[in-house]
Design a protein around this ligand. Structure first.
Ligand code: CA
Length: 519
């Protein structure tokens, strides 16, 4: 720790990730002034804010700018040693060609197994495990959302108090279901997302679906008979247009069906489950240049621990891994998995192109203010979340994950869409890293928020669950914070500890990914 006589800000520090890097990230809080001298003798030629990059060597015009040991850009002009390297001084490299990606050529060997780690969860008849005990009321169409919302308010006030083992009642409201080209190829994604969302392990297989009656997405299309015979033994459907006695009857019908489900959910008890029953979704939002230095590597360490314990770890966000495609295909356990990954990248390339955009549309003004020059730099930091193990599976948006180990679940990077799709993929715990800060949360699973820098963790002491900024200030190692996250996951999954998002009830809406046309 620093004494008050030696404030941290007067000892310039930077973090260089890879020995090949010719830029590093300034880690002092606030801003270092011109003339600041680093322990290695490097002198700043201009002020550089926290999390922004400094040139470690003189870079000629056209020279490759290296971070994470990879090219994140090319110098548009000569850049002097000790000066700031930002977006305006670099051209971004092109994305790796999918046709040239190596298939399963650098598959990491298995890490030693980690036995004996458990959590207390709700075991379901299909073998999946819940970390919360929630009654979900699914909907086929937006038309019913306000009515379901009204019914949920009354269920919570009048019925839920009689069933103390149930944590919450959640309406799965959305904007899909009618006014859409329901047979277009893109429609498959929102439809299967809604189907799999209602089968999230935290809902205990108790399915209540509210339909209007005349909508395009009919209940039988959303949940076809026999799709999930093991898990969902009884699907209850309330059709609003069947009500003869008006709104009161509609609401009474929903409430009566909800009470039957609540009775059964109330019988659920937490039992000791192996850490292998966790399905942990990883995501980042509001990234900065620290993301790839502190929070994401620490989450990556936790991801490796989870994989060693036999769990499923999901990473997502296509535009944030696109520039690391060649590394992830090489890391894939088999050529088939690598080809599945390439298929998802190619689909998304075409999707973006049809909208006149490419992956460069990903970084936000806040990302850039936070020191990230472009999507390549953001991607290399983002992929650190995935740890170091072999890629064991790939699923398309909205599909359910059944594979253990590290899995890529293809989703957009949008926080809410990614979260919703990871819930559909059967996620029961969510880890979210942030540098700029966002009070994001989900109703269905606990969201552990990890700050990339201690400034944010300090300001938002009642929103951030883990401060990974201690890695930048040398107060903790990646390994230590990784273990802290792993242990916190087990505590939170057991219901023994609450995340800040759950403490305040910060639950963002479900947002569907609909690449299909609306009518
Ligand atoms: Ca995101």
């Amino acid at each position: 720790m620093n004494s008050p006589a030696q404030p941290r800000c007067i000892r310039p520090r930077y973090i260089r990730i890879d020995a090949r890097d010719n830029v590093a990230v300034v880690v002092n809080q606030g801003c270092l002034q011109a003339g600041s001298v680093f322990p290695c003798g490097l002198v700043l030629t201009e002020p550089i804010p926290e999390a922004h990059k400094v040139a470690l060597a003189d870079l000629a015009e056209g020279a490759a700018v290296l971070r994470y040991g990879v090219v994140i850009g090319y110098a548009k002009q000569a850049i002097a040693r000790g000066s700031r390297v930002h977006e305006g001084l670099m051209t971004a490299p092109t994305a790796p060609l999918l046709a040239d990606c190596p298939l399963a050529t650098a598959v990491p060997g298995p890490l030693p197994k980690l036995d004996g780690y458990t959590f207390d969860g709700y075991r379901n008849s299909d073998g999946s495990v819940g970390t919360k005990n929630i009654l979900a009321i699914s909907t086929t169409v937006q038309c019913v959302a306000a009515t379901v919302d009204y019914a949920v308010r009354r269920i919570k006030a009048e019925i839920l108090p009689h069933y103390p083992n149930v944590d919450d009642v959640v309406a799965i409201a959305h904007h899909y279901g009618c006014g859409v080209a329901i047979d277009a190829p893109g429609a498959a994604i929102p439809i299967r997302t809604l189907r799999n969302l209602s089968l999230n392990p935290n809902f205990g297989g108790e399915m209540l679906l509210v339909s209007l009656g005349c909508e395009k997405l009919q209940p039988a299309r959303m949940i076809p008979d026999g799709t999930f015979p093991v898990f969902a033994d009884e699907l209850s459907v309330a059709v609003l247009q069947d009500a003869e006695q008006g709104f009161g009857e509609m609401v009474a019908n929903i409430m009566a069906q909800a009470e039957k489900k609540l009775k059964r959910l109330n019988e659920r008890r937490r039992v000791s489950c192996s850490a292998a029953d966790l399905v942990v979704g990883l995501q980042c939002g509001g990234s900065d240049a620290f993301s790839g230095v502190t929070a994401n590597p620490a989450v990556g360490w936790a991801a490796d621990l989870l994989v060693r314990a036999g769990a499923t770890v999901m990473f997502s966000e296509v535009t944030e891994v696109r520039d690391a495609a060649h590394l992830l295909t090489a890391r894939s356990a088999t050529p088939e998995i690598a080809n599945d990954f390439i298929r998802e990248m190619a689909w998304y390339d075409a999707y973006l192109e049809s909208g006149g955009a490419d992956r460069q549309a990903n970084p936000t003004p806040g990302n850039k203010k936070g020191g990230l020059a472009n999507v390549v730099e953001k991607a290399m930091g983002s992929v650190a979340k995935a740890g170091s193990t072999a890629l064991m599976g790939v699923v398309a948006p909205g599909e359910r994950v059944t594979q253990k180990g590290l899995v890529f679940a293809a989703t957009p990077a949008s926080d809410f869409i990614c979260g919703t799709l990871q819930l559909a993929a059967a996620m029961n715990m969510h880890i979210f890293t942030t540098g700029r800060g966002t009070p994001y949360g989900l109703s269905v699973v606990p969201v552990i928020k990890v700050a990339t820098n201690s400034g944010l963790a300090g300001r938002w002491h009642d929103l951030i669950d883990v401060d990974a900024g201690r890695i930048a200030t040398a107060d903790a190692t990646v390994e230590e914070v990784g273990w802290e996250i792993f242990r916190l996951i087990l505590e939170v999954a057991s219901g023994r500890k609450k995340t800040w998002a759950d403490h305040w009830g910060l639950h963002n809406e479900f947002v569907l990914f609909n690449p299909g046309p609306v009518t």
